[in-house]
Design a protein around this ligand. Structure first.
Ligand SMILES: Nc1ncnc2c1ncn2[C@@H]1O[C@H](COP(=O)(O)OP(=O)(O)OP(=O)(O)O)[C@@H](O)[C@H]1O
Ligand code: SF4
Ligand SMILES: [Mg+2]
Length: 422
């Protein structure tokens, strides 16, 4: 199985959006409304710290002797933190590695490299016996409610299974607990003996949520918990999750395709592209002043409540081409084959995830607000290279600003090009 090198970068200069990449279109119809936007508590301790996490799936040749002929770099050096009781949104196009990241954190997969610290302890190398107690604390709501529930088991047995496995309550208390959970997620407690196919899609997702809540987890990985649902019930399920978070103080890694969905739930958002985080910031920065061309493009597709309500029109950046293969990703910046402002350095040097504000990190040589991308790379001084990507004698890499989980007290001021502190 081989994959051709993707097409070269677009030639337009920084500061310009290529005309083909930009057009005015009316807002999409769907407006997402949910209640209770939570606020970030950046002083809270991290419950989860992910550092340089990688997952490479082997690609095997056909035939009797199946040799490894390559790797799918599904997750390639991802670092972030989730604070206690807080929510981090993880957003990106299909295939960028969101579910794989979620499955690594819940340790359904063993990472190829990197660490996953849960409450300060690295669980990345744990075996199944060590993981058993952790299964109580870290739970997952799966992407597809239709396939993640066993059709041959009743809802009562699906939700009750973790209680039995972990012997959390005596066996005669399992049913009352299951009924209590059904009520918490807004389902009829008397329906415990029904099968998953007897419920609607939205109800099945609620069953998945009830199952994930059974053991009162401290961290919930919610993998696209609403994308399989009708728009009309997406907000209901989001509001349910928000209420559960407020009541039980659960921390969330909330995975979604859509920046509109996480906006209401997550005070902090990370944007992924082809296995890497390209931008991560607090909500105001991601939605108000994104600095990465990919975030800007994703955001341009988000329906805006205020604009829609006044019949407004918005600018939309249309991304050209397909997402390249994660088996043979582009050199340098992985987004360069679709980036409207890519330059030569983008093919030669990988832009690091660099802190550029108190709560803002971005991986782009030409990071800047839309239409204000600088003419020269902002990363070279920090990396210790010149504009061609060659090492500069005596220059030091500012590792305190680069590729670490969470936020440091020092960051690069993009206007002055100098590190500043809080
Ligand atoms: N078990 C696996 N074996 C081999 N490749 C895999 C495996 N799981 C995922 N991949 C590949 O890894 C990449 C990331 O997949 P992943 O499911 O994490 O993406 P995603 O961002 O969740 O996408 P979607 O939005 O469609 O759910 C894809 O290219 C996918 O084909
Ligand atoms: S580093 Fe990547 S995102 Fe930034 S300008 Fe270059 S190609 Fe575009
Ligand atoms: Mg997925």
């Amino acid at each position: 199985m081989s994959h051709a090198e993707p097409t070269p970068a677009a030639e337009s200069a920084p500061g310009e959006q290529s005309s083909a990449a930009e057009e005015i279109i009316p807002d999409p119809g769907h407006v997402f409304e949910a209640h209770g936007q939570s606020e970030a508590d950046f002083s809270a301790k991290p419950i989860l710290t992910v550092d340089n996490l990688k997952m490479y799936f082997p690609v095997k040749s056909a035939g009797i002797i199946r040799r490894t002929i390559g790797h799918v770099q599904a997750v390639d050096g991802v670092s972030f933190e989730v604070r206690k009781g807080d929510s981090l949104g993880l957003v990106g196009e299909s295939g960028c590695g969101k579910s794989t990241t979620g499955r690594l954190i819940t340790r359904l997969y063993k990472p190829t490299a990197g660490s996953i610290a849960f409450e300060g302890t690295d669980i990345s190398g744990y075996g199944s016996r060590q993981l058993l107690p952790l299964r109580r604390d870290i739970q997952m709501i799966f992407q597809d409610p239709a396939t993640s529930l066993n059709p041959r088991h009743t809802v009562g047995s699906i939700i009750g299974a973790p209680l039995r496995i972990h012997q959390v309550v005596p066996s005669d208390k399992v049913l009352p607990r299951v009924q209590e959970l059904l009520e918490v997620v807004g389902l009829n407690p008397e329906h415990y003996n029904r099968y998953p196919h007897e419920f609607s899609g939205g109800q099945r997702q609620r069953i998945g949520i009830a199952r994930a809540l059974t053991l009162q987890p401290k961290l919930l990985v919610a993998d696209e918990p609403v994308s399989a649902l009708d728009v009309s019930i997406q907000a209901q399920v989001i509001n349910l999750l928000q209420d559960l978070q407020n009541e039980f103080g659960i921390a969330f890694l909330f995975i979604a395709h859509d920046l509109a969905v996480v906006r209401h739930f997550c005070p902090e958002v990370a944007v992924m592209y082809l296995g890497k985080i390209v931008e991560i910031a607090d909500r105001d920065t991601i939605y108000g002043a994104p600095h990465h061309p990919y975030t800007q493009a994703l955001l341009s597709a988000v329906p805006d409540v205020r604009q829609a309500s006044i019949g407004g029109r918005r600018e939309r950046i249309r991304l050209e081409g397909d997402v390249p293969s994660p088996i043979n990703p582009p050199s340098g910046c992985r987004f360069r084959t679709r980036c409207p402002i890519a330059r030569d350095i983008c093919a030669r040097v990988e832009p690091p995830l660099m802190q550029v504000g108190k709560r803002h990190k971005v991986a782009c040589h030409f990071a800047g607000e839309l239409g204000q991308h600088p003419a020269t790379p902002v990363t070279t001084g920090v990396l210790g290279v010149d504009d061609e990507g060659h090492d500069v004698a005596g220059a030091q890499r500012r590792s305190d600003l680069l590729d670490h989980p969470g936020y440091q007290d020092t960051w690069l001021d993009l206007k002055t090009g100098q590190p500043v502190g809080s």
